[in-house]
Design a protein around this ligand. Structure first.
Ligand code: GLN
Length: 435
């Protein structure tokens, strides 16, 4: 069975030894690999071969990992189902006939199908957590600034992080240990070893310890459950979610409900901000600086327009148009500025809820994996499926998705745990009690 998890299968060898020696790590195709084609799922970059490695790829190689290939994804990360890829959709190995989630659907499918031991995805509004949930595996979106994005083809920089996908929480934590750490090539990264590991190492700024936190010990853990994130979810998803909470409770955790009134506006704010940033980030793909050529015939405007008309798919064009509109003079205050205000409100809500809880829990996705083809014609429905993941990116916090069980129809359901900034060890510890 081919799940179409990979766009390019071309192995890249790592160092002979290291913490990931003997293991394969599939890499999402928006993460640059020196000498190996990197398309971001787009016809625009069909023939693009980067001349350098992303920092995370350098770190994988130094850690001894083998990269078996580059995984399928929604075009430029824009989607929730891996159906907007120029290279065809990916099948969900855990629920055939259904989407694997997105945008890092190829990475999650590769892990779920055993076509890679581990994988990297990127998460702008849920793209690591959603496919992890839909494919029945584990995914972590790190705190903003923990992992370098140097060499990541940008979709919406103020929101995104590269994160691990793995069969277990401990495996995901091991991979996070390798990729985390300050990078002089990405000024948004910072050294948080002090907060995270409780010590400042003398020289090695990458000395994070995450895997040892995956000890399953949730005795005394206080969980906050935002009622708003349950309200919009399918009944069978909510039932499976409570099974997961029961299990945590039986191991010594306790929970209380919390209110996050702002999250009602999170999807709107997220899409305005993400599309605005995308319209600016994707301006470089004009067929001259980057991307397939529009074929110069005496008029540069037409050349650029042709390159973009032929190179971009429908969803990407929609977002560039809406983002350009939201940023245009006269509308900037009405949309972009409002979205930034909502973002600040979401952040405040999370910060205050996390004063009385160690983690916040919700279903990762409000729905089980959709049938293939179902959401393609209805972009708004697809955007609304991001209701529980996007607030976390707006707040720049860390979150993990772990399998909570299955619906009565046998479809995987993910449970999301959100922690305070640089609280990766806390969400790893809590998540490891389930997976
Ligand atoms: N589904 C969301 C979007 O389309 C999130 C994608 C992502 O995290 N890259 O924007």
């Amino acid at each position: 069975m081919s799940y179409n998890a990979y766009i390019t299968k071309e192995p890249i060898d790592g160092a002979d030894d290291g913490p990931l020696a003997g293991r394969t790590v599939a890499v999402k195709d928006n993460i640059s690999t020196d000498g190996v084609r990197t398309t971001a799922g787009s016809a625009m970059l069909e023939d693009y071969v980067p001349p350098y490695d992303a920092t995370v790829v350098e770190r994988l190689k130094a850690a001894g990992a083998t990269i078996p290939g580059k995984t399928n994804m929604d075009e430029f990360g824009m989607g929730t189902t891996t159906e907007t890829s120029n290279f065809g959709p990916t099948e969900n190995p855990a629920a055939e006939g259904h989407v694997p989630g997105g945008s890092s659907g190829g990475s999650a499918a590769a892990v779920a199908a055993g076509e890679a031991d581990l994988a990297l995805g990127s998460d702008t509004g849920g793209s690591v957590r959603c496919p992890a949930a839909f494919c029945g595996v584990v995914g972590i979106k790190p705190t903003y600034g923990l992992v370098s994005r140097y060499g990541l083809i940008a979709y919406a920089n103020s929101l995104e992080q590269i994160g691990p996908i793995a069969p277990t929480v401990e495996d995901a934590a091991e991979l996070l240990e390798v990729i985390a750490g300050q990078d002089p090539n990405d000024a948004t990264t910072r050294d948080a070893t002090d907060e995270i590991s409780g010590r400042t190492p003398d020289d090695d700024i990458r000395a994070y310890t995450f895997a040892d936190a995956a000890d399953g010990d949730v005795d005394g853990l206080e969980i906050g459950i935002p009622t708003e994130l349950l309200a919009g979810a399918d009944e069978d998803v909510v039932e499976t979610f409570w099974d997961g909470i029961d299990e945590l409770e039986s191991k010594g955790a306790s929970y209380h409900e919390v209110d996050l009134p702002s999250v009602e506006h999170a999807v709107e704010a997220y899409y305005v901000i993400a599309m605005s940033e995308a319209s600016s980030n994707l301006a470089r793909f004009d067929g001259v600086r980057y991307g397939r050529s529009g074929g110069y015939d005496g008029n540069w405007n037409e050349t650029f327009a042709r390159a973009r008309e032929e190179g971009f798919g429908e969803e990407v064009k929609r977002r560039i148009l809406l983002g350009t509109y939201a940023l245009s003079a006269g509308y900037h205050d009405k949309y972009y500025k409002k979205a930034q205000d909502a973002r600040a409100w979401v952040k405040q809500d999370f910060d205050s809820a996390l004063e009385d809880a160690d983690v916040l829990a919700s279903p990762t996705m409000p729905v089980p994996p959709m049938e293939r083809g179902e959401s393609l014609d209805d972009p708004l429905k697809m955007y609304l499926a991001d209701a529980n993941t996007t607030p976390v990116n707006l707040a720049n916090l860390p979150a993990i998705s772990v399998p909570a069980g299955e619906t009565d129809d046998g479809l995987p359901v993910g449970l999301q745990l959100v922690g305070p900034a640089f609280g990766e060890r806390t969400i790893i510890r809590a998540g490891s009690a389930l997976a």
